[in-house]
Design a binder for this molecule. Structure first.
Ligand SMILES: Nc1ncnc2c1ncn2[C@@H]1O[C@H](COP(=O)(O)OP(=O)(O)OP(=O)(O)O)[C@@H](O)[C@H]1O
Length: 601
């Protein structure tokens, strides 16, 4: 057994034995920590994985708690019969609120969650059937058969058993195709360019987090056996967020450590502060606030990032030695029309960044898009990939009009890409980053991933990812976190990821930037090989030596206008091109004249 598994088995055993060896006075706080941990696991998914902040999780606890309270006390339902209903009601609320909220970004998202957190609190307090601010009392305890779980130890075991299950399910989820897509959500451009519907996936994350909060709320209702609005208000939501942040949202273990530290420190302060100061009053809240600020300053990534240094680390994800090949996309026949760009323009305010540009590209060729700084290359790239919308013009890819399609729909047609500013998930290994490229080549969903019923497909995806890493010369670095690779390696990793996507057209945005001489030569050889294998490549590049020796044809733009098109030799000799580049002679950054040296007058 690996040291990490041994550690986890030990931790599980300790948690299982704790209520039998600890005095009963410790069991109740531990139970509350478990209840909070369920909410915090959802917050790790939302905040740490998908970069969404919620100030409304306690309201979802409330929806489930009130659902079961009403059904058991007013309609005589059995406790367990209310569980699916309470969770279904929570999910319905989450879908409705999430659909309104998850498309918001930054502080608008935060304000959105605050708004519905407050709205639900007052809903709980004002609906007569929910008992107003007094709430609902005499909620029955959870019972298994005739045996009611009134002993705190039994309830402890139920709650921590569920925490364990939730941790396992979420760990499995994050370690899957759909989990990698979730981990790509902080960069929407990245996620969408590999076919992820970010709005849909964010909604799934939002609903999962609400589900876990609902489960906690249902348990709270039957543990405390009273519900009233106060534990489900915005203050409680802020507490949950504090717990998650203190523990560390980048690590699932933080969802347990955070509530444990939060509850322990708050209890100590409540007990000791009046003794130390000789005063009564809620000074502990002020002191606690200060401590939280210090903690966040000292450990911005959360305490778990510090603690995990002393724990056995997770084994890197490995590709199997072999796996059945994933189906390949049929490539268009060499020489057939692939990309038809017709009179495309993009206007920013008064600036025509791309001005009436037209060009065609045939399957199986490498086309270079060049031009001095600010010529409009990146803008054109963004128009072709759906990142930005056209002002006018049409774009056809394999005969299909794509200029109005969303980024992910263009990707799904077979357009793979890399980015001018590298877009990798730095904490994922090179293998996992490459595997994300194959996102659209799998189909296993959230539940299959949680239950690890996706392992056959996962093996295929990881194998493809490893093969592509080896193809670009990064096979030996598969285990290394992408953030620890050199910039040149990161660029090449982006190419491996785009190849794992199995594109019909590969769009490369300055792939040679940051590469050393030998790396550039290797990259040129790789791209030539890919062309031999029938892949079409459109590349934006500043390095003229690299471009001139590689491409079949060039399109040159300057001030948004196409000024030349043709094979490298004719473009080299084109006076407008020489003029455009001589205009950049003072430009110290790119040295664009190098590859044109022989045509200087
Ligand atoms: N979002 C935007 N809003 C306003 N102007 C923009 C925007 N994006 C680009 N531009 C302008 O459009 C012009 C073309 O920019 P673009 O980035 O496409 O050029 P480029 O050829 O890719 O340059 P570089 O080689 O430096 O990357 C520039 O003048 C730039 O300032």
């Amino acid at each position: 057994m690996s040291p990490r598994r041994l550690f986890i088995a030990g931790a599980v055993a300790l948690f299982a034995l704790a209520p039998f060896v600890l005095p009963i006075g410790y069991v109740t706080p531990l139970t509350y920590i478990g209840l909070s941990a369920l909410v915090c696991i959802g917050l790790v998914l939302m905040t740490g994985v998908a970069a969404m902040t919620s100030f409304g999780q306690a309201a979802f606890c409330g929806v489930a708690a009130y659902s079961t309270a009403v059904l058991t006390t007013q309609y005589g339902w059995s406790v367990f019969a209310t569980l699916p209903v309470a969770l279904a009601v929570t999910v319905l609320f989450a879908v409705a609120l999430g659909a309104l909220t998850v498309r918001l970004a930054g502080h608008y998202l935060v304000l959105g969650t605050l708004a519905w957190g407050i709205a639900l609190f007052y809903l709980f307090a004002n609906i007569p059937v929910l008992g107003g601010f007094n709430g609902i009392t005499d909620i029955p305890p959870v019972s298994i058969g005739e045996a009611a779980l009134t002993d705190p130890r039994d309830f402890y075991l139920l709650i921590w058993g569920l925490v364990g299950l939730a941790m396992l399910a979420v760990t499995n989820l994050l370690d899957s195709r759909i989990g990698r897509a979730m981990r790509s959500l902080p960069s929407e451009v990245l996620a969408e360019s590999f076919g992820v519907s970010t709005a849909r996936l964010k909604l799934i994350v939002f609903v999962l987090a609400a589900f876990l909060a609902g489960l906690s709320g249902w348990l709270q209702a039957h543990y405390v056996r009273v519900v009233n609005p106060s534990p489900f208000g915005v203050n409680a939501s802020i507490d949950y967020l504090f717990m998650a942040v203190i523990g560390g949202t980048g690590n699932l273990g933080g969802a347990i450590l955070g509530p444990a530290v939060f509850e322990t420190v708050r209890t100590w302060l409540r007990e000791w502060l009046p003794l130390l100061t000789g005063r009564t009053g809620s000074y502990e809240i002020t002191a606690f606030g200060l401590l939280v600020i210090i903690l966040i300053q000292g450990a911005p990534a959360g305490l778990m990032s510090f603690v995990s240094r002393f724990l056995p680390s997770k084994q890197p994800v490995k590709a199997p030695a072999s796996a059945p090949a994933l189906p390949r996309r049929p490539l268009p026949e060499r020489g057939t029309p692939l990309l038809e760009v017709d009179c495309v323009s993009k206007v920013f305010g008064g600036l025509r960044a791309v001005d009436d540009v037209s060009f065609d590209m045939k399957a199986g060729e490498i086309l270079g898009l060049i031009g001095p700084n600010g010529a409009g290359k990146s803008t054109l790239f963004n128009l072709l990939t759906g990142v930005a919308s056209l002002t006018s013009g049409t774009v056809r890819f394999m005969g299909t009009r794509i200029e109005t399609l969303a980024q992910r729909d263009i990707a799904a047609l077979g357009v793979g890409r890399t980015f001018q500013h590298v877009q990798l998930r730095p904490q994922m290994s090179a293998l996992e980053n490459a595997a994300f490229g194959a996102n659209l080549r799998g189909s296993a969903g959230v539940f299959a991933a949680m239950a690890r019923a996706d392992r056959a497909e996962e093996a295929q995806i990881l194998r493809v990812a490893q093969d592509q890493l080896e193809r670009v010369g990064l096979g030996h670095l598969a285990d290394v976190e992408a953030g620890n690779l050199a910039l040149g390696q990161q660029r090449v990793l982006e190419i491996a990821r785009a190849l794992a996507f199995d594109p019909a057209l590969l769009l490369l945005d300055e792939p040679a930037a940051g590469l050393r001489h030998q790396e550039k030569q290797d990259l040129a050889a790789l791209l030539s090989d890919l062309r031999e294998q029938g892949l079409s490549i459109l590349l934006v590049e500043h390095d003229m030596d690299f471009v001139m020796n590689l491409v079949d044809r060039l399109v040159v733009v300057d001030f948004g206008v196409k000024i030349a098109e043709g094979d490298p030799a004719s473009v080299r000799a084109n006076p407008r091109v020489i003029e455009a580049y001589l205009g950049g002679v003072d430009d110290p950054i790119d040295g664009p004249l190098d590859g044109l040296a022989e045509v200087r007058p």
